[in-house]
Design a protein around this ligand. Sequence first.
Ligand SMILES: NC(=O)c1ccc[n+]([C@@H]2O[C@H](COP(=O)([O-])OP(=O)(O)OC[C@H]3O[C@@H](n4cnc5c(N)ncnc54)[C@H](OP(=O)(O)O)[C@@H]3O)[C@@H](O)[C@H]2O)c1
Length: 325
Amino acid sequence: MDLTHKFLNIVLPIASIFLFIFILPLLSVYRLLRFCIRSLFPENLAGKVVLITGASAGIGEHLAYEYAKHGARLALVARREKVLGVVAEKAKELGSPDAIVIKADVSKLEDCKRFVDETINHFGKLDCLINNAGIGKVGLFEDQQCINDQTSVMDINFWGSVNATHFALPYLRKSKGRILVIGSVAGWFNTPKVSVYNASKAAQQSFFETLRLELAPDIGVSIMNLGLVDTYLATNEFIYKTNLDGTPLLSVEGCAKTVVNSMRRGDESLTEPQWMRTVFLWVMLLRELMNVILRVLAKKRKCELENQKSHSTGSLQQHSDFKHD
Ligand SMILES: NC(=O)c1ccc[n+]([C@@H]2O[C@H](COP(=O)([O-])OP(=O)(O)OC[C@H]3O[C@@H](n4cnc5c(N)ncnc54)[C@H](OP(=O)(O)O)[C@@H]3O)[C@@H](O)[C@H]2O)c1
């Protein structure tokens, strides 16, 4: 047994290099052709029923507007009903034939069942579920006073999307529909001070990659890996504390447009901005170097924050929720 592993340890890396040299160019041509064909014949969204979680703000709100422009019917879910109402009205003005509002908390199992049921009761079907609702909390793991404060991140970002998917699956199977997951490059690019957020996005990625295999070909699963987007979640404080200042932000409108175009092409995954794919190679192939860079940046930021703290009356809290109220 051990001998087999020793053999594979040596042979597989060498064989893989040769296989990659042959397979990658062919795969690239196939991907390019598929992209061209799907761009020429994108999915028509008119009349399609799309359920969006976390539609009261940020990416979810702007996805609602993009889908509305294409004539989709919308079920908009979040905790702030009044704000959702405003989004629904704007979506109708932009071209959605019908948009309903459902007040719900995705971290509650019963709420997930209810918003799927209400969507079906109203529209009679579901074509697309968008798992977008998410929050994050910033702070060194070691400094957390109460670890329970962090469980909501997993409950909303991971379990919220898993639960909603569970209840939506029978209807998505009927419509041969699609699940869209708003993921993050944080799932593999692990900047310090957001350990649980990063873990929630990695878990989400892994879960839906697996689900794609189980549900194909009836239900499509698309995972969007986004960099920093200009929303309430990515506040200046969050960006500063996680050493991401200087990283260009995506506009939320542009991001929503790119995501919907990608969905219409039926892409299984998308990394936006595209240059983050190069960073992925750096993280995978030069992990030690990346870790040194991230550690040096974190140390520098820690000193700056300590200096600020000693000069101020504590306007920056040790760890704070980077989601808006
Ligand atoms: N902004 C970025 O840089 C970035 C980058 C990559 C990925 N993402 C992902 O994009 C998604 C959306 O984030 P965003 O940037 O648009 O943040 P945002 O502007 O803060 O919006 C978050 C949305 O999620 C909803 N939400 C939060 N907790 C909820 C709960 N328990 N139940 C139902 N809805 C809930 C919020 O509505 P209510 O408060 O009304 O409930 C709001 O509509 C998240 O999954 C995030 O991880 C964001």
